[in-house]
Design a protein around this ligand. Sequence first.
Ligand code: NAP
Length: 326
Amino acid sequence: MADAVRDVIIIGSGPAGLTAAIYTARANLKPLVIEGEISSSGDQPGGQLMLTTDVENYPGFVDGVLGPDLMATFRAQAARFGAEYRTEKATRVDLSSRPFRVWVGDDEHRARSVIVSTGARSLMLGVEHEIELIGSGVSTCATCDGFFFRGRDIAVVGGGDSAMEEAIFLTKFADKVTVVHRRKHLRASKIMQDRAFTNPKIEFVWDSVVSELVGDTKLEGVRVRNVQSGEESTLAVTGLFVAIGHAPNTDLFRDQLDMDDAGYLLTHAGTRTSVEGVFGAGDVQDHVYRQAVTAAGSGCMAAIDAERWLESQAHAGDTAGTPSEW
Ligand code: NAP
């Protein structure tokens, strides 16, 4: 059974979705936020900031703020203005006609406009047993799992800011953190590189990839192959943190919204997608900046775009007959 047609449904609850919720709620559009749920693959309401530690570059916090605390604040702020939440995942959408339809299991929700802010997820290495060993030594989240590696030797894969951030954070727990990177140069920002290079607990293995995970039910080591020499060696680590980047969460919208080759939503004229009345905000449409503050900014833009679009449709209805259920 479908409920009444809403003005706006927001799919996703990271900085983009929750900022869109704050703005649309304050505009009295009574948004429904389908915020997702905790899953074994690391998804959870609040998005990637739930998997991060100190956020030092979100304006307004001189001493930094914890990612989960920041998202809890965003969520409460939107709730204060009347945003409603469903703590489940959207399972299907139909954007081919209006009102748009969004399903959570068998429940159908309808809305005049939709804001897509489903974010992006961690990429995995693709080596054998990697997924089975998540939670048994393999992780994509130092904040969640770092505590379990107190006094251990662990490895981090990747050469970007995420990998450096994870490696530095993990030195609070681990005796030694080995960063395995497939090239000789890091992609991470200078400040993060400097912090990692000067941390006495961090070592680097350059020009190398993880070729195999050792251990059946829990991780006991990692086989590493030097891509220049072909030489293989084993790192005796009980933890492997994969920090090699992200992919957009757009499977739900395939064949309904235009995307680039990597699956990021294409937006134009602000946050408009290829379907009129559907807007995209945050990492789901941004593979360049991918910051909490830029995601929040685009969530604000999507809310304003949606509000103005709804307004323009209502006026169109005034003159051309009220579109009863668009
Ligand atoms: P990223 O910048 O895309 O870096 C991914 C890293 O993983 C690269 O070093 C890449 O190697 C490596 N990699 C990719 N695929 C691999 C594979 N299959 N096997 C082995 N290595 C692989 O991703 P990110 O570090 O997640 O950062 C994403 C964005 O978020 C960036 O803009 C970053 O600045 C931002 N960020 C900022 C902060 C912060 O400011 N505190 C924290 C985290 C992230 P190559 O270098 O060879 O391509």
